[in-house]
Design a protein. Structure first.
Length: 155
């Protein structure tokens, strides 16, 4: 019985700590858009994620790479943007039904110059998020979506 309680406690703790990481990452992501220092601090939080981690975490890593790319010399941006897109699209392929991943992709695509060619999923992502919104149970994610559409989204 003690072992069962210990194992259940461990799973609860792991789930709780992942929720905390997600909350911290969400707040940091929003702040990362404001300065190079914030972008670097955000990337420090996500740089250890791998393609095998939860898809939403790989999407955040891709977004972090994209934010860093904006501060690179023009000659070095293309490779960094390509890497960032790979991380984000990997997340979408693995869990296209997650509104948070689609919001991350939308936020990246809306803020990239169209000449970079990563902008074609905006309307689909926006429609997906709006359709999923009423059924979301995560109040913080809903707040994040509301904030994005109110402050940043072009439509």
């Amino acid at each position: 019985m003690y072992k069962i309680i210990s194992v259940l406690s461990l799973f609860f703790w792991i789930g709780f700590s992942q929720a905390q990481v997600s909350s911290d990452i969400r707040v940091s992501y929003r702040e990362a858009t404001k300065s190079k220092e914030n972008a670097e601090a955000f990337y420090e939080k996500v740089k250890s994620f791998t393609m095998k981690d939860q898809p939403v975490l790989t999407a955040y890593k891709g977004a972090g790479l994209m934010l860093l790319a904006r501060y690179e010399p023009l000659t070095q941006r293309k490779g960094k943007v390509k890497d960032a897109v790979e991380w984000i699209e990997n997340a979408v392929r693995r869990d296209a039904g997650k509104a948070e991943i689609r919001l991350i992709r939308l936020s990246v695509q809306e803020n990239l110059p169209k000449m970079l060619g990563y902008h074609k999923e905006q309307e689909g992502d926006r429609a997906f998020i709006k359709k999923a919104y009423p059924n979301l149970k995560d109040a913080q994610l809903k707040e994040m979506i509301d904030g994005y559409f109110a402050e940043f989204s072009k439509k």
